[in-house]
Design a protein around this ligand. Structure first.
Ligand code: PLP
Length: 398
């Protein structure tokens, strides 16, 4: 397989990026190199690989050809210097934070981030003196006023999980860089098909590969993509030591999923826009947040920095939590499950599930209300999804 380094279009990259430089039998698909260790032809060669003088694989925790093919593919899609694959999205987040935060340093983060991202900072990193401030980063002035002399990282999730609020990546990057801090963007909700944060000034991009990039709800994984070699080397070294590495079988499955990323995302976001419009006019729905609706408060920023509005919607159901429970308990096609970005539509209740570990007052300050329902729209026929929502919404008593 060729590496196709001259290919520029994102849809072609998704299919061809991350090939192997030296195919064994002319294979079209990257094989699974299911080997924990790699032999050295000589002691001298082994020493040269360890010292970094010569390239070559050593041990799968440190690197593996199948995993590297996935890393090269994701780095190419995001437009970064290099990618690092990790066991899960959370391993990507914690490894990056471990590499970039220091004792007694400070981080400013989006308040409506994936629940465990917030909890790991507040409960675990705080044990090492790391201070964290969570603000509504869709308001750049709030980022600015939260910056301190020891702020090392600005961490944003855009679109944010689960509120769908959008942060201006370029604006956040300028604030971070004015303070010599690094901007990390969790790009999971958009995927590189719809948003490439490096084009807007980000320094590090995080992906939960479990979601749109894999796309089939059958494997977990994460990726860290760096813009600069220096940060890549630091994060790679922390991952090698802490060990949250991806395994080659996982990498192979995800690489297979990435090949159809553009097709899946285009279909799912087409469904999402139609469903957002359907929900908006529904008498049992109190509000809808989807960046593709013109009334979304950051619709213009989304238009500026995204190639499309994605496949995630959140909405409030009349009769609050009770209404939401009725809806979710009566759906027949849309599955009640956490996670997102798969070909099948999934629905969940963040306040009692993905974001339950955040105290209620912090949750509500971040806009994660009890009535909020999160819908990950899949690739089914729009009419089937609409009819399923319609029959379940009908059961809500006002
Ligand atoms: N980032 C976002 C935005 C997520 O939604 C999730 C999981 O839902 C993660 C990170 C963590 O990814 P993983 O579950 O693969 O560890």
């Amino acid at each position: 397989m060729k590496t196709h380094s001259n290919v520029r279009h994102k849809s072609t990259k998704a299919i061809h990026a991350g090939g192997l430089p030296n195919p064994v039998f002319g294979e079209v698909s990257v094989p699974i190199f299911q080997s924990s260790t790699f032999s050295f032809p000589s002691v001298e060669e082994g020493a040269a690989r360890f010292s970094g003088e010569k390239p070559g694989f050593i041990y799968t925790r440190i690197g593996n050809p199948t995993t590297k093919a996935l890393e090269d593919c994701i780095a190419s899609l995001e437009g970064g210097f290099a990618g690092i694959a990790t066991a899960t999205g959370m391993a990507a987040i914690t490894t990056t934070l471990l590499a970039l935060l220091e004792k007694d340093s400070h981080i400013v983060s989006t308040n409506s981030v994936y629940g465990p991202t917030r909890v790991v900072l507040e409960n675990e990193f705080s044990r090492f003196g790391v201070q964290s401030t969570f603000v509504d980063t869709s308001d750049l002035d709030k980022i600015k006023s939260a910056m301190r002399f020891n702020t090392k990282v600005v961490y944003i999730e855009t679109p944010a999980n689960p509120t769908m609020s959008i942060t201006d990546i370029q604006g956040a990057a300028e604030i971070a860089h004015d303070h010599d801090a690094i901007l990390i963007v969790d790009n999971t909700f958009a995927s590189p098909h719809l948003q490439r944060p490096f084009e807007h000034g980000a320094d590090i991009v995080i992906q939960s590969l479990t979601k749109f990039l894999n796309g089939h709800s059958d494997v977990v994984g994460g990726a860290i993509i760096s813009k600069k070699e220096k940060q890549y080397n630091k994060i790679r070294s922390v991952l090698n030591l802490f060990g949250g590495t991806m395994d080659p079988h996982q990498a192979w499955l995800i690489l297979r999923g990435v090949r159809t990323l553009p097709l899946r995302v285009e279909k799912a976001q087409e469904n999402a826009l139609e469903l957002a419009k359907f929900l908006k006019q529904h008498p049992k729905v109190s509000w809808v947040q989807y960046p593709g609706l013109t009334e979304h408060p950051q619709h213009e920023i989304a238009k500026k920095q995204m190639d499309g509005f994605g496949a995630m919607i959140c909405f409030g159901v009349k009769n609050g939590l009770e209404g939401g429970k009725t809806l979710m308990n009566h759906l027949n096609l849309i599955t009640l499950a956490v996670s997102l970005g798969g070909v099948e539509s999934l629905i969940e209740h963040p306040a009692s599930m993905t974001h339950a570990s955040i105290p209620k007052s912090d949750r509500e300050a971040a806009g994660i209300l009890d009535e909020l329902v999160r819908l990950s729209v899949g690739c089914e026929a729009y009419e089937d999804l609409r009819d399923d929502l319609e029959q379940a919404l009908k059961r809500i008593l006002l």
